[in-house]
Design a protein around this ligand. Structure first.
Ligand code: ATP
Ligand code: MG
Length: 418
């Protein structure tokens, strides 16, 4: 016998026992985002490798070691998107959307070759939100208020907001020098990853998940103490709006984000209930990226939510959405009943939009069909046998009580709609 082919490590099948939760969560996300005037954009899962190198940055974890890159048949280097911002900017630029302000969202799979563990997969899903052409901190505040509303709408508790400002490019470069000096003076305390980042991407050292690096990082000079005037004023305005709206936050001077394109406001929603994979939502300003990709410098801000982590957190806090049950399961025994069943089912579907009805397929005895009806979780079992056909009726069994009534075909829709 041939070996069976298994899925790729870190790439999960989502089975019917969980997809209803995904659908419900996605529906809530979409309705809140649409409600703020954000519009959906869909762009390809594959882009030219160069796009990610140029936007995410050559010396980031993603570009250095996490991308799924391959050669197209015509020799181009292509990459499965590791995140959505780069493709979103590319699509918006290419289609002339950046001539005016835009509020956009997208949802779908992302791919990173990471070590699979709880909350960290090689194919995972994000909902991403981006706004272009808004310079002021009002849009920063809008995005954070919108995420807070998402949690409220989803019934999510146990996430806290962390904020930081990465300042202007100049402020960041000056700070970077100071930070390198600090780490050089303490070089013997740097772990291997941090040694490697010391000159390529020193800010990223602050984001280290190694507990041994904690003390060193906490004592490091803070970028928020070295902000340029504009970044400081914007950050204060953002904090003021959040204060007025009653949104709690914590200023975390070590919050840097692992991608190169961020500046000014950055934020994360984190939880301590998912082990070390605690970031559920992460985002910030990336005003430089559009110009860096060859566009006319539109300012930009965005965030992404990891849907696997969001659903894991809903589960951990017993806040998974209620899954709507089937309304009815129609069983039919005998040739005449089997002929009538699909016609009756279609007539109910015509009369009761949204009614969730399974019409039994595959024949079998009443006993075996009832078993299926039971397993479907439907509220009613509708029964068609020889007697019902002769009388033009249906047996309607209420599964919760076991009570059964006989209802005429012509009264059935009205009966089921009460
Ligand atoms: P982390 O620090 O956890 O590696 P990141 O900084 O790489 O996260 P982003 O690129 O900001 O993550 O992605 C935004 C969100 O997408 C994360 O906060 C997380 O919820 C989710 N995410 C990122 N990578 C993965 C992954 N490999 N598996 C599942 N979810 C992920
Ligand atoms: Mg990562």
């Amino acid at each position: 016998m041939a070996d069976t082919i298994r899925s790729i490590r870190g790439m999960n099948d989502l089975l019917p026992d969980v997809t209803p939760y995904w659908q419900a969560v996605e529906a809530t996300l979409k309705s809140v985002l649409n409600g703020y005037g954000y519009q959906e954009i869909r762009f390809p899962i594959v882009e030219k490798t160069e796009l990610f190198k140029r936007s995410i940055g050559e010396v980031t974890d993603i570009v250095e070691k996490e991308m799924y890159t391959f050669e197209d048949r015509n020799g181009d280097s292509l990459t499965l998107r590791p995140e959505g911002t780069a493709g979103c900017v590319r699509a918006a630029m290419e289609n002339g959307l950046l001539n005016q302000t835009q509020r956009l969202w997208y949802m779908g799979p992302m791919f990173r070759h990471e070590r699979p563990q709880k909350g960290r997969y090689r194919q995972f899903h994000q909902v991403g939100v981006e706004a272009y052409g808004f310079d002021g901190p009002d849009i920063d505040a809008e995005m954070i208020l919108m995420t807070a509303r998402l949690w409220k709408q989803l019934g999510l508790i146990g996430v806290t907001l962390q904020l930081n400002s990465l300042g202007s490019t100049e402020a960041r470069l000056a700070y970077r020098d100071e930070l390198v000096k600090y780490f050089e003076a303490n070089q013997e305390q740097l772990d291997e990853d941090s040694q490697r980042r010391l000159h390529s991407n020193p800010l990223r050292i602050l984001d280290s998940k190694n507990p041994d690096m904690q003390a060193l990082n906490e004592a490091a000079p803070k970028l928020i103490d070295h902000l340029d005037d504009e970044s400081r004023a914007d950050f204060e305005a953002l904090c003021r709006t959040l204060d007025n709206a009653g949104i709690e936050y914590e200023i975390n001077p070590r919050l840097v984000r692992g991608l190169d394109y961020y500046g000014k406001t950055v934020f994360e929603w984190v939880t301590d209930q998912l082990g070390s994979q605690g970031t559920v939502c992460a985002g910030g300003r990336y005003d430089g990226l559009v110009a860096q990709l060859g566009g006319k410098g539109a300012t930009a801000i965005g965030f992404a939510i990891g849907i696997e982590r969001l659903i894991a957190l809903l589960e951990a806090t017993s806040a998974l959405p209620e899954i709507p049950q089937m309304d009815a399961y129609l069983v039919a025994v005998g040739e005449a009943a089997a002929d009538k069943a699909p016609i009756l089912a279609e007539s109910l579907r015509d009369q009761l939009p949204g009614f969730k009805l399974i019409s039994h397929c595959g024949g079998g005895s009443f006993k075996s069909q009832f078993k299926r009806a039971d397993r479907s979780g439907a509220r009613w079992t509708l029964i068609l046998g020889e007697e019902e056909i002769n009388n033009e009726t249906v047996g309607v069994k209420t599964m919760a009580t076991g009570e059964q009534e006989t209802v005429n075909w012509c009264d059935l829709a009205a009966y089921l709609s009460q």
